[in-house]
Design a protein around this ligand. Structure first.
Ligand SMILES: Cc1cc2nc3c(=O)[nH]c(=O)nc-3n(C[C@H](O)[C@H](O)[C@H](O)COP(=O)(O)OP(=O)(O)OC[C@H]3O[C@@H](n4cnc5c(N)ncnc54)[C@H](O)[C@@H]3O)c2cc1C
Length: 458
């Protein structure tokens, strides 16, 4: 059954050169970069904080892939870690040469970056429809406690993670079948853990990346990862097999922890994996939230019983929403391929580099050798529409390419690239299709982004 909604007049409540929808690593970076490049920017977000998965899901491992020889992207991805560390909103991460962001503290770090850059913040507004004029997007309609409102701009950047704006504007998109998507997760954090006892156990029985694979979950590495330390937990859950503490299917509970704090907090517990959840279907999301929270409590019960240091531990908090890894990807002017992701692709229209870090669809490659890929501007540019760029995990690419580009530091590269490209397009009164890419690269370089000549920044 369908109903016809009445036509209505919608008030215009905002206007800016660039409108960014969604404020995860992709959107936050696009907004800050565009504002720093000298254009007016509005940043729209459906929740009450900026940061996307970092703050609303609790994904704190921003650069857990970083090792001695890793060649980094620089730019805002470096700045986020630096600002968070200065603001006491990051701690050393357990497996890498990086800092784990504090998902709560980063909310304020993001507020300050947005305000300082002069971006107009618009929280608590969900995008619901594009404003289209033939094949050009001119703005967006949002829904909020204030009802429907219009916000107009010269360039719109879709940073919703799910390509909401692109999709509803008629851009062609791709999505894996539900059963082939990377699993969703309910992320949680614990308090009351005895750090000394916990770390003694980790040191007594250190886990490796090769331990990720078992009969239920096969992860293909490049070989060099296998003997490296991983903060991985499966044994406490295996021990519950016969105890009845866990009734969920055992294969959905195991994974990594991020940091153990002096305060007894054990954070970024990425232990509950839910297969077959479609992050763009509210029925599926409802199921995932409820089943995931139940599984998280079972995981805590198992840790209390079988993981030294955890006996007095308790749930500190869940992420405020289920974590979604994989939904729509746009058909862009250039869709990255599996080979691009695996073989250090190089492009003339690069907006930045990303270290060779592939994590997803059964593959794990860590950037331990200094290899890196280029991110082409054309992968942010959807076909057959004017005025729109897409950033973050929805850019054009195959599954293996996405296993690299979905990572937060890479989403930052795409966001910063799009923000600067939008500013350059507006200032030179040109179009997104014909923007001068070497000017974009110069501006990005002024914003400390590495691309072709990264050696200069070492
Ligand atoms: C459980 C989990 C663990 C992960 N672990 C890691 C890790 O350790 N390291 C790593 O690098 N990556 C990790 N990832 C991947 C990474 O978090 C995401 O791929 C990345 O955050 C995507 O960034 P994004 O900017 O595209 O989107 P998101 O971070 O999803 O941000 C999208 C933003 O848009 C907002 N939004 C969405 N729709 C609308 C709308 N209609 N209107 C207004 N606002 C909207 C959302 O509220 C959100 O704030 C993990 C992901 C998950 C789910």
């Amino acid at each position: 059954m369908e109903i016809r909604e009445p036509e209505r007049l919608t008030p215009v409540v905002g206007e800016a050169d660039v409108i960014v929808v969604g404020s995860g690593p992709g959107g936050l970076s696009a907004a800050i970069a565009a504002a720093r490049a000298g254009v007016s920017v509005i940043l729209i977000e459906r929740f009450g904080c900026f940061g996307g998965n970092i703050t609303s899901v609790g994904v704190e491992g921003f650069a857990w892939y970083r090792h001695e020889k890793t060649i980094e992207a620089g730019g805002l991805s470096f700045e986020y870690e630096q600002r968070a560390t200065e603001s006491n909103a990051a701690v050393p991460e357990s497996q890498s040469k990086s800092y784990e962001l504090d998902s709560e503290g980063f909310k304020v770090v993001a507020d300050n970056l947005v305000l300082k850059a002069g971006v107009r913040p618009m929280l608590h507004r969900a995008f619901c429809a594009p404003i289209l004029d033939d094949d050009e997007i001119k703005g967006v309609i949002t829904e909020s406690k204030a009802g429907r409102e219009a916000i107009t701009g010269k360039i719109i950047i879709d940073a919703t993670g799910d390509a909401d704006v692109a999709r509803r504007s008629g851009v062609k998109v791709f999505k894996n079948k539900k059963e082939d998507m990377i699993s969703a997760s309910i992320m949680f954090h614990m308090s009351g853990v005895n750090k000394e006892e916990f770390m003694n156990e980790i040191e007594r029985d250190p886990q490796k990346y090769s331990d990720w694979s078992d009969k239920n979950w096969q992860v293909q590495t490049s070989g060099k990862e296998d003997d490296m330390f991983s903060p991985f937990l499966r044994k406490p859950f295996e021990k519950t097999k016969d105890s009845g503490l866990i009734d969920s299917d055992l294969q959905t509970i195991s994974g990594t922890w991020g940091a153990i704090h002096d305060s007894g907090e054990l954070t970024y517990l990425n232990l509950v994996h839910l297969n077959g959840i479609d992050g763009t279907d509210p029925e599926s999301l409802t199921k995932g939230e409820i089943e995931g929270r139940k599984a998280a409590l079972e995981a805590i019960a198992a840790l209390k019983e079988y993981m030294p240091g955890c006996s007095a531990g308790k749930l500190r908090n869940f992420g405020m929403t289920i974590g979604i890894r994989d939904t729509y990807k746009i058909d862009s002017v250039y869709n990255l391929s599996d080979e691009d992701g695996k073989n250090e692709c190089r492009f003339e229209d690069s907006v930045g580099i990303y270290p060779e870090f592939i994590d997803g669809f059964g593959v794990l490659v860590l950037p331990t050798t200094g290899r890196y890929m280029h991110i082409p501007y054309r992968s942010l540019l959807p076909k057959n529409i004017k005025g729109l760029l897409v950033v973050g995990r929805a850019i054009g690419g195959s599954n293996i390419a996405q296993a690299a580009t979905r990572n937060m530091a890479c989403c930052t590269v795409t966001g910063q690239g799009a923000g600067v490209a939008a500013a350059e397009t507006i200032k030179n009164k040109t179009s997104l299709n014909s923007v001068n890419i070497s000017n974009v690269q110069k501006l990005l370089s002024n914003q400390n982004v590495r691309f072709f000549n990264w050696e200069k920044y070492q």
